[in-house]
Design a protein around this ligand. Structure first.
Ligand code: SF4
Ligand code: F3S
Length: 106
């Protein structure tokens, strides 16, 4: 499955949800996740993310492996999102900042 990682946090551009053929994105206050059981590995979302936050599970950058479990967990709790909306207000400012996980809101 594909996985949303750290750089989505506090940005949440949501371009990714528009292209997903199986609508498997789920939305929290400042982060999106992919349901790994529903993702069909089409790879369409990966190039759409302006924050380059989406990776194939086997291609996750070192140190971000914990996002695999986090996507699985939070996609069971959060509501589905299928339409693009405005990014978070400070998205540009946060884009590229390291280690945003401590800012994750649930
Ligand atoms: Fe959806 Fe395809 Fe991305 Fe999986 S890889 S989340 S199916 S767009
Ligand atoms: Fe997040 Fe990128 Fe989608 S910032 S909401 S994974 S387009």
């Amino acid at each position: 499955a594909f996985v949303v990682t750290d750089n989505c946090i506090q940005c949440k551009y949501t371009d990714c949800v528009e292209v997903c053929p199986v609508d498997c994105f789920y939305e929290g206050p400042n982060f999106l996740v992919i349901n790994p059981d529903e993702c069909i590995d089409c790879a369409l979302c990966e190039p759409e993310c302006p924050a380059e936050a989406i990776f194939e599970e086997d291609d996750i950058p070192a140190g971000m492996e914990h996002f695999i479990e986090l996507n699985a967990e939070l996609s069971e709790e959060w509501p589905n999102i299928t339409e693009k909306k405005d990014p978070l207000p400070d998205a540009e400012e946060w884009d590229g900042k390291p280690n945003k996980l401590e800012h994750l809101e649930r």
